[in-house]
Design a protein. Structure first.
Length: 321
């Protein structure tokens, strides 16, 4: 049984060798879990060390931000056994070859007392998780596309695992993007979520002013705006090949096929960006979009301007300026 942790920020709480896949050297993917029970990592450690099912995970992260390591990174943990119908195609080569996914995956559990994994991830837990994942990605050169939830393996019996884990925030963090704010300067969500929004079990936000829901990529873009978008005006609208959502200060568009616009730079997040004001969509939502542009000053106006300029010049001369 190992005694020294791999991750510098972890506490040792290793399971015995019968509960691991010795020498597997898992490096293909990181699988994110939530516990659907337990209140501390110490309780999780006791479970992994003693339960007859001999399940295990490489790491566990508490709501207080504590990180424990249960399985060495030279071994496979017993957390990702068998696929169910509808599993993510990323696992297909291993399924075809008859490879146990525990031998190619690194598993991270996150304490969630709720049996449906609906407890929001705390700030301390989120930061500890992001730091650990970043360390693993860097150490083992794991692509961000290989960071998945347990539900990617078992979409039926583990449909709620990892529940409302902030995967979008994690991927943005790993790409070096700005930290996702829990408070916005121009939208009063107070301490955490607060007055203008409540957070739902699935991680979406509901605006308390009008019951409009922000979710998925739209929510990420809204949060990245730092409140500049003000409040959402209406729920997402699914159009022909794209999705849009109006806010008080802009229009967010999920547009994977570039139907509304074709930004020269990659979209801010997952094909989601702000619509141009002169786009057909913006014109439709904001009105006619017709702006009167003066391309030639009328002759009578020119004459009036000339007269004013001449009179002003004469006044300056008379005043000796």
């Amino acid at each position: 049984m190992p005694t020294v942790v791999d991750y510098p920020g972890a506490e040792p709480a290793f399971v015995n060798s019968s509960r691991v896949f010795g020498g597997a050297m898992p490096r293909f993917a990181i699988v994110i879990h939530k516990t659907a029970g337990f209140t501390t990592v110490d309780q999780l450690a006791t479970y992994f060390q003693n339960d007859p099912s001999e399940v295990s995970s490489h790491f566990g992260i508490g709501t207080d931000g504590r990180v424990q390591q249960y399985v060495s990174l030279t071994d496979g943990a017993a957390a990702n056994c068998c696929t169910e119908p509808g599993y993510n195609p990323i696992w297909q080569p291993f399924v075809t070859a008859g490879t146990n996914l525990n031998t190619v995956t690194i598993s991270i559990e996150h304490i969630d007392p709720a049996t449906d994994n609906s407890t929001p991830v705390t700030a301390a837990q989120k930061q500890a998780s992001f730091n650990l994942v970043k360390w693993l990605v860097t150490k083992f050169n794991i692509p961000t596309t290989h960071i998945l939830g347990h539900n990617s393996i078992d979409p039926i019996n583990r449909a709620n695992c990892p529940g409302n884990y902030p995967m979008d925030d994690l991927l943005l963090f790993l790409k070096g993007g700005p930290a996702m704010p829990d408070t916005l300067p121009y939208v009063n969500i107070g301490d955490g979520i607060g007055k203008d929004f409540t957070q739902n079990a699935n991680g979406s936000w509901t605006c308390t002013q009008n019951k409009v829901i922000l979710q998925g990529a739209m929510l990420v873009l809204f949060r990245m705006s730092g409140g500049i978008m003000r409040l959402p005006k209406a729920n997402e609208v699914i159009a022909n090949g794209y999705v849009y959502q109006e806010c008080e200060a802009g229009i967010m568009v999920y547009d994977p096929n570039g139907l509304i616009d074709n930004p020269p730079d990659p979209p801010v997040h997952n094909h989601t960006y702000l619509a141009k004001l002169d786009s057909d969509l913006a014109k439709k939502l904001l009105g006619s979009g017709q702006v009167t542009t003066v391309t030639e000053i009328p002759a009578n106006v020119k004459a009036d301007i000339t007269a004013v300029v001449t009179a002003a010049s004469k006044l300056k001369t008379d005043a000796g300026v």
